[in-house]
Design a protein around this ligand. Sequence first.
Ligand code: BGC
Length: 767
Amino acid sequence: MGEEKYRDVIRRMTLEEKAGLCSGEDYWHTKAIERLGIRAIMMADGPNGLRKQDEKADHLGINESIRAVCFPLGCLAACSFDRELMYEMGRTLGRECRAEGVSVLLGPAINMKRSPLCGRNFEYLSEDPFLAGELAAAWVQGLQSQGVSACVKHYLGNYQEHRRMTSSSQMDERTLREIYLPAFERVVKKAKPWAVMSSYNRVNGEYVAESYHFLTEVLREQWGFDGVVISDWGGVADRVTGLRAGLELEMPTSHGYNDRLILEAVQEGSLPEEVLDQAVERILKLLERTDTGGRSEAFFDREADHDIAARMAEQSIVLLKNEDGALPLKKEDPIALIGAYGEKPRYQGGGSGHINSFFAPGACEIVGKLGYPVTFAAGFSDTEPGDNQKLLEEAVEAAGKARAAVIFAGLPEEWESEGYDRAGMAMPDYQNELIRQVAMRQPNTVVVLAGGAPVEMPWEPLVKAVLMTYLGGEAVGEAVVRILYGQGNPSGRLAETFPMKLQDNPSYLFYPGEGDRAEYREGIFVGYRYYTTKEMAVRYPFGWGLSYTTFSYGPLSLEQTGREDEVCRLKVEVTNTGDRAGSEVVQLYVGRRGGEVLRPLRELRGFEKIWLEPGETKAVTFSLDERAFAYFDEEAGDWRIEAGAYEIAVGTSARDMVSGVKLSLKGSAPKARRCTLNSTLGDLTANEQSRPLVQPLMERYRESLHRMETGGKVSCEAVPLQMVESMVRYMPLRALLSLGGFPISRKELLELVDRVNEVWESQRPGA
Ligand code: BGC
């Protein structure tokens, strides 16, 4: 349908029909208008499976949905660092949606992991916006390739569950632009999603669902979004303000209440009808974009998709520690399998993303079927804590009799859900104690951890190996067994930092805030940006993960191609130096030390996952654009590159750089600012053009200094000019009147100010 055609339909609609189209018919459907041939579409959660509810709808994962396949959750899938895998997950989900007649899948969920305590971290991807944005863009491209719309959520500022429907995320513009907006920006620009979900909360006092700035100026005008903004379920406070701001579709239904408010606002003239028409036009476009001509040819093959989920989990699980080759296990060795999650895997969280899984076998059952020599001890029970002492003793005994012990532990199911945050970062005491005691008895102890977020690991030095499965989806059991016994080679890398303890996290003092005020006082120093800059010890850094093989890196080389869209190109060769095939994640970081602007030590600006046979070498190239070096200059309201040297390095984690180069950049045009009597002498000398204008003042200051210090006994040249400059760098021009020690008038200073402004003006872009 061309735009004129939409307008033609809109002309034929009544005001009531137009207002009505801007909210749901029920929990999951939009409204149909049969007389005009406008169909209703269905939506479903997302993001890691299809939660399609036929009856008894709810958004908290309480009532049943159809049987579906639970893929690895965002927390694990992000550890794949694999765009192709994310594309495939999106495409597979898209096929399932088509088979089930679902037109919008509510995902991906890409909020930043500011605190390990956020109750929904298991759904989210990373603490790094570049990684989250790249992976989510691939997922959206995969999903939309099937004619099913993504709905990127939750835009914006929803980084805690605590008071999520009323709290305000308070942060400065630079933090927004560098940390919390860019993942959304990347997805919108790269993958062109057809829908975005506005979040429940406010940002800096204003509900996002009512913010013209975020919904229209940033999303549409600055990034070019051309889809529909859909409210989070029940996340509309003032419908008319929301519509005016750019919130086209309210979900679920408001039972006609808000439709009437829209109608009245148009009738009394407080809401221009064109605003309503535009929202309707965008909704019609979404209906058309997702019109795939019915559900007939697609088929939801649960068995096949389960296998895809297993492969994805295998490619994402992270081997955190592996001493003395504890892993892989030998299949002929007697092993004690311990822990409740070995029997019944923990593989998903609670809430709107909860999938009614088709089939979720535990690792113990799978190993048992393979016929390997294993024993099983429950070790603990989350639900019957009274039994735990007895279970612990049985487990320690079983561990003592085996060649190695594998403990399946982590976070209990009720500890992680949408709607509330975690109380702390510790695992239950009974599990920590179990691991400690088993490890004291059995030197070859391996821990397989499940849970949607980092945990404290007081027992880590005692165990030989740790495998992080996060919440790996329904097929995680199969993936874990393949990795434990070496049929699979671990290749996941952490998409977030594991701090030693909760108190180390930069948001610790301010999370979750007081009442409805959530202060983001750590600013841009989120996750590894904080830990690396502070050189703090962490349990495991961002980007960390081991393999059963080893890799070596050649030198990183740099080329400036002179292309307009590219600052430079980097290349590095990576070799598999071990005796097994495996995947390496090559990570590229950029940083700058000692500039005028506060910056993290380094930031992820590129990553590639490569598969290498033993002995094989592959070259990886990266292209960096201006944005990779820029910071957001609040004063100028734009991105800016500081002149000076930048460090570019490839690393195996945010902490471990293996090869780097330096690049000197001229920087972008100076800030649009004016000189006044309050400008410092340093501000004037820092600029090449204004420097000569202020030089005579420096000379005069040096002479007067020299007179004061020595009574004129030694030559004036004995006081180096550089030293004078350093001494007066932070002195405002006006202070020369009283502190300069030489005669100077206010008039003379004001003339200097005018001349400086003239040269600064001439330097502005376009001047
Ligand atoms: C959640 C969304 C979800 C929606 C519909 C809300 O409570 O925040 O992520 O898509 O419910 O279930």
